[in-house]
Design a protein around this ligand. Sequence first.
Ligand code: BDR
Ligand code: CA
Length: 320
Amino acid sequence: MSPRKIIFDTDPGIDDAMAILFAHLHPDLDLVGITTVLGNGSIDTTTRNALYIRDRFAIDTPVLRGAASALLVPDEEPPTFVHGDDGLGNVKIDHTDSDPAPGSAAQFIVDTVMASPGEVSIVAVGRLTNLAIALDIEPRIADAVAEVIVMGGALGSNEYTGNVTPVAEANIYGDPHAADMVFTAAWPTVLVGLDVTMTCVMRRPQMQRIRGQSGDAGEFLWDITRFYENYYRERRGVLGFPVHDSCAVIYAVAPELFGTVTGALRVVAEGISRGQTILVPAERTFPPSAWDDQPHSIGCIGVDSDGVLALYEDILRRGA
Ligand code: BDR
Ligand code: CA
């Protein structure tokens, strides 16, 4: 079987960088493009980081610059306390002078999906702005895409209901209008949220093994994750760090590692619950509501965390 084509929409970002390398090295995935969005840094920062990772690891794929702001909510300062001032853990990096490919991320998504109907999946691990703009440019991508897998949100199936507010996860909070457009469009969507990503915590001994056995990728990941590990230990009391964005890529190749629920998924766009993701399971009935007659999404509510982390390590080791 030929590898599955994916567009990786991302805001690198330390855990984004981890996920890019996994997607690049997995033999069943064909990374046909990396599209950037603001989030863990400004659009200049996330695009520069994507280009750096692409060039350093000789990943044969274009990088397209995406949205610099959310659709409607105002810009906020990037979370430099999580990902560093440079978005990659404040390690010394000699950036290349590569430029992104011409055109916008959203137009690239439209062109790539429409060129190969049914063949291209999108894995989105930042704000969903580029995807919403792509839907606006060409609504027929909803029929033509194979699958849309999103790292974001939380369904309240365990204690991790939010990370930027008590009910909101950063990617969804950062552009809630775009997220609601994405989950109410008629394309197959999967939400890989904090319910599962917060239990996929890579601890130091495993990261040390990856450093030792995965060549330059291992060294790079070790370096950039020091800052991230420190943030989770000091500010969140977590020993290790969640591999949020890798979970979404891993869903694409190993969905059997996840427990799921299916139903209409809406995003709260305004007010104190801004960014909350609420999925109504298909079998539940309520009086008329905003979830009626909406397309169904798959939401991840359980995960074999050891399986996810072992697969990550294995693919990185085999790629060295
Ligand atoms: C998500 O937000 C970003 O900081 C991470 O890269 C991840 O995509 C986790 O809430
Ligand atoms: Ca991200």
